[in-house]
Design a protein around this ligand. Structure first.
Ligand SMILES: Nc1ccn([C@@H]2O[C@H](COP(=O)(O)O)[C@@H](O)[C@H]2O)c(=O)n1
Ligand SMILES: [Zn+2]
Ligand SMILES: [Zn+2]
Length: 603
């Protein structure tokens, strides 16, 4: 039997001290938004800047709603999907999310949409249909996503649209919830192209319903560069020249705010419960005809990215923290307690070993001594042992996509939870036997070439970097970007700042981050890395090599092979199961080798 080992719970984590926060700006209509939570409901136990938990969030929402009523304004709480794959609380159960989705539903969220991580596995899609959609009772929106029922018929997982009138300002809102044009879903779901859906009769008649004051289009699509948001915007603007439209997006894991026109904007609230997005709008005129002569005045927006810690959340609600404080509500406390209990029940706090230093994703130079990708490439992947003993000793190239590693690995105790956090997927290993080395050696270059930018293989992190780079101009030079961010933050100011964190550049400038930060370093990450194993000792190349990769990469590897060698049709490459431990287990084995001194110190 394993020891139960309790790490400090997030609610007890010390808040970052004396951060220079500013009160949020309220408008007639206000939004609180989260996206890409990926199971992080327990918060970030090792990072005080993000150490609130879902209970704290529920308390925050309740207080903000109360204040809205006092002020006579409205607040709408939106979540844009991707709730699985990224944390033990969501992924240590079967189906994933069995516990975490129940906890998620305990916060008073008004509108929710589906993400691609609700569609990779058939059982998770079924769970979403059975559990989330009924809970939200018409407010779980999947305007372009359907599920196949056991009788073979197709129905929308949630609703296609939801129309409502706000409580205090009486704003009549038509809302939709879209997913980007996702293709890697399990076969019990169907995602229709956004471009096609906005032409469908139901959408065209929904946007023509009389008496609408504004549109709210939220969902799981990036708000910049990707075509989906513009397809929706063109469709609505073709009918309503200047009706207010508010967008909320997700998927690319960034903080971002984009202005589409003087009466339409879009907000994206980061990832992994590091961020709560705040948006307020003033200048809305509910009930006024859009044909009135002065209807098209620019709206006034205020946007803010709040770091997800109890200090920040309580500051904005004017409540106090601590056991006798006024911040944690009854429901909030109940949620926090449940999270703590489930973490223990799921054994997430069990420690495997001690990580000697930080191994980081985009925050460390790759290749380099602190790069998590380098750790895998140089030390971990070579320990993969396939099921077929006759293959042992063959030269091999082992590929992983960097997007399969989801978060940094920090110095200190590595727990069951850390395993899910770093590598949540149970992707199986596949291989193509004896690929001529002249072809095999080209695969990595192809996977990392620009052809794959914006394809599913691209890591959310590289998409993040592209957004930040693009906002600073047309350069793709990461060094230029980093020095610009430092220069714009001001070196003097940075010395005064205590916490490192996001420095967001969006269409309104650089004042969106609620807590001013020293910028995180940001380095380029390739889409994929590869380990060479059992190559000839004299440094020469083998004639042929086994090409091993995660099943998620199969379409991309086959595509790359076809590009390299157009004479072999895609289907002629023999792809077989390789067996062996998933990446998470290989990492755990490696961590065990680092010993348990830090755990003994704590006992
Ligand atoms: N089985 C899987 C599923 C996904 N990935 C990686 O996740 C990326 C998508 O994540 P978002 O949070 O941005 O939706 C995808 O591009 C892959 O990199 C995976 O590795 N294995
Ligand atoms: Zn995501
Ligand atoms: Zn996503």
């Amino acid at each position: 039997s394993q020891d139960v080992f309790i790490l400090q719970q997030p609610s007890a984590a010390p808040p970052p001290k004396t951060l220079p926060l500013r009160p949020i700006e309220w408008g007639q209509l206000n939004f609180i938004s989260t996206t890409d939570t990926h199971g992080w409901l327990a918060g970030h136990l090792l990072q005080p800047s993000y150490a609130a938990d879902w209970g704290d969030y529920a308390s925050f929402i309740e207080h903000i709603k109360e204040t809205a009523d006092e002020k006579g304004v409205d607040v709408i709480v939106v979540d844009d999907g991707d709730q699985h794959d990224g944390n033990g609380l969501s992924d240590a159960t079967f189906p994933n999310g069995e516990v975490s989705q129940k906890i998620l539903m305990m916060a008073p969220i008004d509108l929710m949409s589906i993400g691609n991580h609700e569609l990779y596995k058939c059982e998770v899609t079924q769970q979403t249909y059975d559990m989330l959609a009924p809970h939200f009772d018409g407010r779980y929106l999947t305007s372009n996503v359907e599920i196949m029922l056991s009788n073979g018929s197709w129905v929308h997982i949630g609703q296609r649209s939801y129309r409502f009138t706000t409580k205090n300002q009486g704003i009549n809102i038509m809302s939709f919830g879209f997913l980007f044009d996702f293709k890697l879903n399990c076969n019990n779901s169907r995602v229709s192209n956004v471009e096609d859906v906005v032409k469908q009769a139901w959408f065209q008649s929904a946007i023509r319903e009389p008496g609408i004051d504004m549109f709210l289009v939220f969902g799981h699509y990036p708000i910049r560069f990707w075509p989906e948001i513009w397809a929706i915007h063109r469709a609505i603007r073709a009918v309503h020249k200047s009706i207010p439209i508010q967008y909320f997006g997700g998927h690319s894991h960034v903080r971002d705010f984009a202005v589409l026109d003087s009466r339409a904007s879009a907000l994206q609230a980061g990832r992994f419960l590091e961020t709560v997005g705040w948006l307020s709008i003033d200048g809305l005129e509910p009930g006024k005809s859009e044909h009135s002569p002065d209807y098209d005045k620019p709206l006034k927006y205020s946007r803010r990215y709040l770091d997800f810690n109890p200090y920040s959340l309580s500051f904005h609600t004017n409540k106090t923290l601590g056991p006798d404080g006024t911040f944690a509500t009854k429901n909030g406390k109940k949620i926090s307690k449940l999270i703590d209990e489930y973490r223990i029940q799921l054994n997430l706090t069990y420690p495997f070993g001690c990580v000697p230093t930080d191994y980081l994703l985009e925050k460390a130079m790759y290749p380099g001594p602190n790069s998590l990708l380098s750790l895998l490439e140089d030390h971990v992947l070579e320990n993969l042992v396939g099921d077929d003993v006759t293959l042992h000793g063959n030269s091999r190239l082992i590929f992983i996509n960097s997007g399969s590693l989801r978060y940094d690995m920090y110095e200190g105790i590595f727990t069951v939870d850390s395993g899910y956090i770093v590598s949540p997927f149970d992707n199986a290993w596949l291989y193509i036997p004896s690929v001529p080395h002249s072809i095999a050696k080209e695969i990595l270059g192809k996977l990392n070439s620009l052809d794959y930018i914006f394809m599913e293989l691209t890591t959310p992190i590289s998409r993040t970097m592209m957004v930040r780079q693009q906002n600073l101009g047309d350069t793709f030079d990461i060094n230029v970007m980093n020095s610009l961010i430092s220069a714009m933050s001001g070196p003097k100011d940075q010395e005064d700042l205590r916490t490192t964190g996001y420095v967001t550049i969006d269409d309104y400038g650089m004042d969106g981050d609620d807590t001013p930060h020293k910028p995180y370093p940001l380095y380029y990450l390739p889409n994929a890395v590869a380990t060479k194993d059992a190559f000839p000792g004299d440094g020469s190349d083998p004639e042929a090599t086994d090409v091993i990769f995660l099943d998620f990469m199969k379409p991309f590897v086959l595509d790359a092979l076809t590009k390299i060698n157009s004479t072999t049709p895609k289907d002629d490459w023999k792809v077989l199961e390789y067996g062996g431990k998933p990446v998470k287990e290989l990492i755990k084995d490696y961590v065990r080798g680092w010993g348990t001194d830090c755990i003994k110190d704590m006992k």
